[in-house]
Design a protein around this ligand. Structure first.
Ligand SMILES: [Zn+2]
Length: 353
């Protein structure tokens, strides 16, 4: 590795993944969400670190430029963060409908929420120590956190979102200090609750990124490739125009990067015109199918995006997290992503490196 971060940040079309990768089967049961850990105590701590190391190694080996932790140390992208907060009772659960799509038993907010201690900062420092490449860390967005809870204390989604945003900002500042280059907030709720997003969702996101000098990203998608989501997608018709609601607001926001779902979706490509000027982290890998994309397919998606985004602002990525996929499939998809990016980079007159 020569030049490390500076080489990768200069590279045209730097590749990245949205967040999660499948965990090794010795760490957690594969191909399910909220999978229970197979280890405990010190063995679990060591196992998570070994899995994170492996995730970094596979991303590098397969040509991913902006490296993530693959979410190897967390059980779920929202729940694990909330577990570390005071004011939330995990024993006292209620069944709620997640993003209007599926029922889940969720914890209850019973008092003022606060962060007892840093949640992911040690893990991020561990990731930082593994690579000189730029690193990205994902946190849940305030509005998506609200949607995964029952609130008996604030009884106001807006107030609770503001509290979460303040907590996320504390965490993000510490992640930045630990050397994270890009801090990403996952807000799939922005594709569902449009009025709330407009009224307070974007403002809460702005609160979460306040004062950060690291690059900031927001990821908005149609969810993991699980049945509840694919069933929902089947009801959305032939053109998915949900981003039309969030993109104009994000274009005016201080967020640097917008991560969206594209490949094999029904999202009209021209919608990314609405975030002109922002970096576009484009999903060029489908996470809802086990079929591995060919490099040409990936390249084709990237070429179509380049009609609406400047090449130096395009970050080829996956549509969403890959946790529920078989491990080999997810890893082969990383190889396809970087091979596709390499084709387009060459067409634009940039060499493989
Ligand atoms: Zn997603």
């Amino acid at each position: 590795m020569t030049g490390g971060a500076s080489t990768a940040s200069r590279r045209l079309l730097p590749t990245s993944i949205v967040g999660s990768l499948p965990k090794p089967s010795w760490l957690a049961r594969p191909e399910v969400l909220w999978s229970p850990w197979e280890l405990e105590g010190d063995e679990l701590v060591e196992g998570k670190q070994d899995a994170l190391r492996t995730a970094v190694h596979e991303q590098r080996r397969r040509g991913i430029d902006i490296v993530s932790d693959g979410e190897q140390t967390r059980q779920h992208f929202v729940t694990t963060f909330i577990e570390h907060l005071d004011g939330v009772d995990f024993e006292n659960r209620e069944t709620v409908r997640i993003r209007d799509r599926y029922d889940a038993s969720v914890p209850t907010v019973v008092g003022a929420v606060s962060r007892r201690q840093p949640v992911f900062v040690e893990d991020a420092a561990f990731l930082r120590a593994q690579t000189d490449q730029p690193i990205k860390w994902a946190l849940p967005g305030p509005m998506t956190m609200i949607d995964t809870l029952s609130d008996r204390h604030y009884r106001s989604p807006e107030r609770l979102a503001w509290e979460f945003a303040t907590i996320l900002n504390q965490e993000a500042r510490e992640l930045e200090a630990a050397g994270v280059d890009i801090i990403q907030f996952d807000e799939p709720a922005f594709n569902v609750f449009f009025d709330e997003m407009k009224d307070w969702g974007i403002a809460a996101l702005e609160r979460a990124v306040e004062g950060l000098s690291a690059e900031t990203a927001v990821h908005i998608c149609y969810g993991y490739g699980i049945k509840a989501n694919t069933d929902w997608k089947a009801t959305l018709g032939s053109e998915w125009r949900q981003y039309e609601k969030s993109f104009p607001l994000l274009q005016k926001s201080s967020i640097d990067i917008v991560s969206l779902e594209s490949h094999r979706s029904h999202v009209p490509m021209d919608l990314i015109e609405l975030i002109r000027g922002k970096k576009v982290m484009l999903g060029a890998i489908d996470v809802a199918s086990k079929e591995i994309e060919t490099p040409d397919e990936v390249a084709d998606t990237l070429r179509r995006a380049l009609e609406f985004v400047d090449a130096d602002l395009l970050i080829p990525s996956s549509n969403c997290g890959m946790a529920p996929l078989p491990r080999r499939v997810a890893l082969d998809k990383l190889s396809a992503l970087s091979a596709g990016a390499r084709i387009v980079r060459a067409e634009l007159g940039h060499s493989a490196d």
